[in-house]
Design a protein around this ligand. Sequence first.
Ligand SMILES: Nc1nc2c(ncn2[C@@H]2O[C@H](COP(=O)(O)OP(=O)(O)OP(=O)(O)O)[C@@H](O)[C@H]2O)c(=O)[nH]1
Ligand SMILES: [Mg+2]
Length: 444
Amino acid sequence: MQDSPPAETDAQRATTSDDDADRTAIVVARDADEQPDTTEIERLARAAGYEVVDTLTQRREEGGQYNVGRGKAEELARRVVATDADAALFDLELTPGQYGSLTALLPDGTGVVDRHRLVLDIFETGAGDEAARLQVELARLRYELPKLRETEERTHMQRAAETGSRVVDTERRIRIVENKLDELTDRASERRAERREQGFDLVAIAGYTNAGKSTLLHRLADDLAVDEMAPDHADLDGVAAVEDRLFKTLDTTTRRATIGGRRVLLTDTVGLVDGIPHDLVASFSATLDAVADSDAALLVVDASDPLPTMREKLRVSLAELDDPRGELLVVLNKSDLVDDEALEERRNAVDSVAGDRTAEVLAVSALAGGGAENLRDAVAAALPSETAQFDLPNIGDTQSFLAWAHDHGRVTAEYDGDRVRVEFAGRPAVVDRARSRATAIREG
Ligand SMILES: Nc1nc2c(ncn2[C@@H]2O[C@H](COP(=O)(O)OP(=O)(O)OP(=O)(O)O)[C@@H](O)[C@H]2O)c(=O)[nH]1
Ligand SMILES: [Mg+2]
């Protein structure tokens, strides 16, 4: 029996270099309580570059040796031979022992991949910027460590002297990657602070994979290019790819938007998915940080999903995300695909699942544009805001103050003889700065 999963997954990784369906797989799903639904695992398989050639499901309790029952495992082995599949994809988490038993049972060279491994493969081949790559590496190391520990404990007697410890190497690498990520995380959070200083409100778009987050970003963002911002703001760019594929977006993207007269930076984040343990998801921390440190967040839900699926995805999303500084709005997207009655049902479902976590539920079609104006109004209302009035002399300093104020918040100015009455609305910190500038003008 082979029992060294990390070596096997290294080999699998080498073949995960492209997302055209150049590999074939059989999908296996088991559930104790109901007939398993394989829609999502099949979509994950496609996103990882597999063509699914067969599907096996089983309704029963977990079996010890193969996770599925022995009969099912043997049937799988026969079907792998019959279809010449490259891999068996399990919509489960396999223990190292089950992994070893399945590897031994299936024809030589057949990949054995569980749900976590599959998600990591998708991120590993697609992750773009440094933070995303490091997060993926950290997720993979954390995923492998307990399996390595178990393997090393079991084989300790034979191998202790000859090889050195992969556990120790992995632990060391985890610390290095964690430190690098901490630095990047600090930089991201400094950058958010700078942008707030510049008067931007930060709005994060989050939600389950394929809910329509990137499409919504396009819908709400200004057409304006954003590269006039400082050059170190490298994550600001105009593209957020949209595709009917799971995990299309693998790093966060930020674009400008003007909402209710306020200057907003919208951040599109990486999709969430069920069945990945919390510490794995937490290692995709840029997404979770962007939400926790936002002034308001949009939680996008796919209203075209069947109701139970929608509820479950919403539950998973809420469990992973922290509340933003401002309000959390739930966006029922793809409303063009459902009728009014179904939409009402979904609103009620959001109310019962999200309860008091959400301020409001808004139906939109990010694709067709329906509901976008309501959503903009709701976002504007969800942002933390403060207003102040100033009565200033109509002089050059006041004009430059007004120019500054226009850049940092919402301004109305009324001219009355040699006086200007200004009303200014913005984030509390910016309003404070406006107050001191106004005082300086009056005293100057
Ligand atoms: N009919 C309809 N389709 C939509 C709508 N919004 C998004 N879509 C489609 O849904 C699919 C996924 O959209 P994306 O914007 O890529 O979704 P995402 O949440 O960014 O997905 P990931 O980045 O993969 O997590 C695409 O095929 C979109 O065209 C909508 O309002 N109506
Ligand atoms: Mg996306």
